[in-house]
Write a protein that binds this ligand. Structure first.
Ligand code: NAP
Length: 309
């Protein structure tokens, strides 16, 4: 049977990886993909116009009737849009309403995060937006699956300043033994594509490409580099939370998606254990060679050695 999957935010980093998985070798050859992009966004044609199994639809997330037309005949909506409240709440609410109007069977929201369901109110803005939208999803007359995957492993060598490579230090807050969940963007995209084609997927699918502590990361880096790395106490999650509140208060753009204070909130949620995954099911879609934290760090170290030559 032909399955039609619409990906909103398919021009983005994760969205493009999800489309690639939906069209790839492991996917069902009868999967048709609709890409939803905002008018004027401009990149969808260049990315997808030559793909036989991809149709491009343009609609604004304020225009429910055009969205409903774009969604007609769609089995599953995958949202991979990114932003703060205007996107996670406002845009996704209109997308959800249009999905219901169009008779879509299943909706995958743009979660792709640690477990936001139990975080303390006021401790993590981006997680609480997801929790608020989850209440809308639970009340909607269609099936919903959230994919929870911890932090993207790729961030350890970029946006997440937990590893001080030059100083051979790995920062931790409160405990160096707190388990942290990580999954690479490519592994998340694979799971999302499989969930989209899995009519029996539950309300939440939890995966973790790797589960490590700050102490484990220190050991791995020492082994990979031959230079001893040490853990460095950076404070408690309580002090980090207080710093993030000051950062948020002083920030000029309250709606920025990933300001520095939000990064601090992500670490608060992870190092406090509040956002730890408790029902990881990596076997749900069969054996898979998950990319580990070690793999990502090793590739990063090899790249930086080559670049510095
Ligand atoms: N767990 C983690 O560590 C982690 C890290 C990073 C991201 N994420 C999550 O992964 C998801 C995808 O993130 P990403 O980095 O792939 O995003 P991204 O590259 O910034 O792109 C997302 C897409 O969303 C659409 N978009 C952008 N602004 C929008 C707006 N104002 N209204 C509606 N749509 C808008 C755009 O598509 P068009 O222009 O084509 O409309 C864009 O290509 C998000 O939920 C994000 O929070 C998780």
């Amino acid at each position: 049977m032909i399955s039609t999957v619409l990906v909103a935010g398919a021009t983005g980093d994760l969205g493009a990886r999800i489309v690639r998985e939906l069209l790839g070798d492991n996917s069902h050859p009868a999967t048709l993909v609709r890409v939803l992009t905002r008018p004027g966004s401009g990149t969808a044609q260049g990315m997808y116009a030559r793909e036989d199994r991809v149709e491009i639809h343009e609609a604004a997330y304020t225009d429910q009737s055009t969205l409903t037309i774009a969604l007609s005949g769609v089995d599953t909506v995958i949202s991979a849009v990114s932003g703060a409240s205007t996107v996670i709440l406002d845009a996704q609410r209109v997308l959800l309403a249009a999905a219901v109007d169009a008779g879509v069977k299943r909706f995958i929201p743009s979660d792709y995060s640690a477990d936001y369901r139990r975080v303390t109110p006021g401790s993590n803005r981006n997680f609480e937006l997801r929790r608020e939208f989850a209440a809308d999803l639970d009340a909607a007359p269609l099936r919903v699956t959230s994919v929870l995957n911890g932090a993207f492993t790729d961030m350890l060598t970029g946006q997440a300043p937990m590893i001080l490579f030059a100083r051979h230090r790995v920062l931790f807050w409160s405990s160096p033994d707190q388990v942290l969940d990580f999954t690479t963007k490519d592994d998340v995209a694979r799971v999302v594509a499989l969930v989209a084609l899995d009519a029996d997927a539950p309300r939440v699918v939890e995966v973790a490409g790797d589960r490590v502590t700050a102490r484990d990361i220190t050991r791995t880096l020492s082994e990979l580099t031959g230079t001893p790395f040490t853990t460095q106490w950076a404070g408690t999650t309580g002090t980090l939370s207080a710093m993030s509140k000051i950062g948020r208060f002083l920030s000029k753009d309250k709606n920025a998606t990933f300001p520095a204070w939000q990064g601090m909130q992500y670490f608060v949620s992870m190092f406090s254990g509040e956002a730890e995954l408790h029902h990881v099911d990596n076997e749900r879609y069969g054996p898979h060679n998950w990319t580990s934290v070690r793999d990502v760090l090793q590739a990063h170290l090899q790249r930086t050695t080559v670049d510095s030559k």
